[in-house]
Structure formats: structure tokens, C-alpha cells
Design a protein around this ligand. Structure first.
Ligand SMILES: [Zn+2]
Length: 159
């Protein structure tokens, strides 16, 4: 039996790959192959986003699933963060069953390359902006626990 190399396991949350900044993509990186691995692995693990270092690949790339669209971003950058911030409950494939409220800018201007090296620049808002920032943090070696304001499932009683 052949093993499926397209679907990768998640590395444990204490793995050093998740706690160091990932530099720009290697020159000889097979971007089409990595795209496939990221997309298939994200779908397999039921995520809405997955960064390469979460599955043990040391490349600056992630995939996001937002607005019914899958986007793979290589060398992503946030070039502008708008002042308005909102709180939103986030989860993470690296931390199954943990959900936290995280405050982030509601909108950003993001820049990235696609698998053909073409540069994209877009203003992102809503869910897509949220997922982009969460995955971007992974590549910066930051996880959402460091951003969280506390357990999301603890709410003060309404009076
Ligand atoms: Zn995550």
C-alpha cells in the first residue's frame, strides 16, 4: 500500500516550527505541489485555514477558505491594518476544541504571491481578513493563545 503524501498530519502545538518566524519561500520550492498539500490537508482536517508550518513544512505559505473560495498565499504580507478592531471567536487546528475571543483589525490590506509567482494585493474584510491574520500569525511564530483575551466559552451572566 502506498501512503498518501498529500495529506499531512499536524505537528504538535509545542513543535519549534510553530514558535519561530518562517522566512520567505525557498527559491526552488515546488509551489504547485505545496498548494496541493495545503489544500488537501486543510480539507482533510476540516479547517478554514492552514499554514505550512502547522504540517511540518518550513515554507512561508498558507491556505485559507473564506467566502466559499480557497486561496493559497505564498510570502504573504499585511501592508495595512485599519484602526477599527473587532472581537471574534477563533479556533485552530493545532489546538482542537479550544476557542478564544481574539481582537484584531476588522480590515487589512494584504499582499501575497500565488503559485505562479503572480502578486496579488487586496483589501480584506470580514471572515477572510480574520482567517488571513490568524494564518499570518502562524508564519510569524505566534499562535492565537498569545492573542486571546480569555476563554470564549466563559461569558458573564446576563442580569
Ligand atoms: Zn491556527
Amino acid at each position: 500500500m502506498e501512503c498518501d503524501l498529500t495529506i499531512r498530519d499536524l505537528v504538535p502545538s509545542d513543535n519549534y516550527l510553530l514558535h519561530h518566524r518562517v522566512d520567505c519561500c525557498s527559491y526552488h520550492l515546488d509551489r504547485k505541489e505545496l498548494s496541493k498539500i495545503l489544500i488537501e490537508s486543510m480539507i482533510h482536517h476540516n479547517g478554514v485555514g492552514l499554514s505550512a508550518n502547522q504540517i511540518g513544512i518550513w515554507e512561508r505559505a498558507f491556505v485559507i477558505l473564506a467566502d466559499e473560495e480557497i486561496t493559497v498565499c505564498f510570502n504573504p504580507k499585511i501592508i495595512k491594518a485599519y484602526a477599527k478592531k473587532i472581537s471574534f471567536e477563533e479556533g485552530c487546528l493545532t489546538y482542537p476544541d479550544q476557542f478564544y475571543e481574539v481582537i484584531r483589525p476588522a480590515s487589512i490590506v494584504a499582499k501575497w504571491e500565488d503559485e505562479d509567482g503572480k502578486i496579488h494585493k487586496e483589501k480584506l474584510t470580514g471572515f477572510k481578513a480574520r482567517v488571513f491574520q490568524h494564518e499570518y500569525d502562524h508564519l510569524e511564530g505566534v499562535d492565537f493563545l498569545e492573542r486571546s483575551t480569555g476563554y470564549a466559552d466563559i461569558h458573564p451572566e446576563k442580569t
